[in-house]
Design a protein around this ligand. Structure first.
Ligand SMILES: C[S@@+](CC[C@H](N)C(=O)[O-])C[C@H]1O[C@@H](n2cnc3c(N)ncnc32)[C@H](O)[C@@H]1O
Length: 249
C-alpha cells in the first residue's frame, strides 16, 4: 500500500489493522527489549511506527527515541498521542529513502516492510542495516506466508470433512482466496491493494544480503478470534503467526 492508503487507515487504524500489541498476542518483543543492557544510554528507532503504540514503553526504557512513518496522518496522530514524552523525536520519512549511518543502537520495524516491490524491500532492509550501529540489534516483525498457507490447509481439511474431495478442494480454494495470492512471490492483491507476505527463507535472503548477522527467526502468535482476525477460526489448532526476527550488525 502506498502513503495515501496508509493516510486513510490512520483514522480507523484499530478497526482495520491487526496489531501485535493488543489482546492476547504472544509477542516476544517487549521481553527482548527488556534484556538489552544499558538502555538508558542508548538510542532506539522504530521505522514505520504508525500510531506509535510503543511510544511510552520505548520512551521510559531508552535515553532517546526516534520514530518515523511515511504517512503524514500517522505521524500527526502519533505525535498527538505521545506529546508528554520529551525524549521522542517523531518525523515523516520513507524507509526506502532514509540515509542514516551507524546511528541507532536498536532498530524496530513492526509490520512496516509491506511494500509490494521486492527491490524496494531489498533497499529497505539495507537502509535499516546501514542505520544500525555496529553490534546493534534489530527487531523486525513481518507477516508470514507460511501462516497463510497453514490456514488454507485447515480450511481444506474442514471442507474434506463435509464434502467429496473435488468439492472440498474447490470450496477451500475459494475460501482461501487463492486467486488473490501469488504463492511464488508472497503477494496478496485485493483491488488496488497489494501486500507482501514473507516466507522464512525469503526473510533470511533479504537479511543476509543486507549484511545482518546472528539472524534468529521465531513467531508472534495470534489468538484465534474475530477481534484479531477476519480468518475463519480453528481454536483447537496451532495459532496463526507473524515472523519475529532478531539480528545483529
Ligand atoms: C501495519 S502498520 C504498523 C504500524 C506500527 N509499526 C504498529 O505495529 O502498530 C504499517 C505502517 O508502516 C508504514 N509504512 C509502510 N511503508 C512505509 C515506508 N516505505 N516508509 C515508512 N513507513 C511505511 C505505514 O504508513 C503504517 O503506518
Amino acid at each position: 500500500m502506498e502513503q495515501k492508503q496508509w493516510d486513510k487507515l490512520a483514522e480507523k487504524y484499530h478497526d482495520e489493522v491487526i496489531s501485535p500489541f493488543f489482546g492476547e498476542v504472544e509477542n516476544p518483543l517487549i521481553d527482548e527489549l527488556k534484556k538489552i543492557k544499558n538502555k538508558n544510554n542508548k538510542i532506539v528507532a522504530e521505522f514505520g511506527c504508525g500510531l506509535f503504540y510503543l511510544g511510552e514503553k520505548l520512551s521510559k526504557m531508552f535515553k532517546q527515541v526516534h520514530a518515523s512513518d511515511f504517512s503524514s496522518k500517522m505521524v500527526k496522530k502519533a505525535k498527538e498521542g505521545n506529546l508528554q514524552f520529551t525524549n521522542i523525536n517523531l518525523v515523516q520519512e520513507d524507509i526506502r529513502k532514509i540515509n542514516y549511518k551507524n546511528k541507532f543502537d536498536v532498530i524496530l520495524s513492526v509490520n512496516s516492510l509491506l511494500m509490494p516491490s521486492l527491490k524496494d524491500i531489498s533497499v529497505s532492509f539495507q537502509n535499516l542495516h546501514n542505520a544500525l550501529k555496529k553490534n546493534g540489534t534489530c527487531f523486525i516483525i513481518l507477516p508470514s506466508m507460511e501462516a497463510v498457507i497453514y490456514h488454507g490447509h485447515l480450511l481444506l481439511h474442514q471442507q474434506l470433512d463435509k464434502h467429496d474431495e473435488a468439492t472440498a478442494k474447490r470450496t477451500a480454494k475459494v475460501m482461501f482466496e487463492l486467486n488473490k495470492y501469488d504463492l511464488f512471490t508472497g503477494h496478496y492483491t485485493d483491488g488496488k491493494d497489494k501486500q507482501k507476505f514473507y516466507y522464512k527463507h525469503g526473510i533470511m535472503q533479504f537479511m543476509k544480503k543486507a549484511g545482518f548477522n546472528e539472524i534468529k527467526i521465531s513467531k508472534v502468535k495470534y489468538p484465534w478470534g474475530k477481534e484479531v482476525s477476519d480468518y475463519e477460526d480453528f481454536p483447537n489448532e496451532d495459532k496463526l503467526w507473524d515472523w519475529f526476527i532478531k539480528a545483529k550488525k
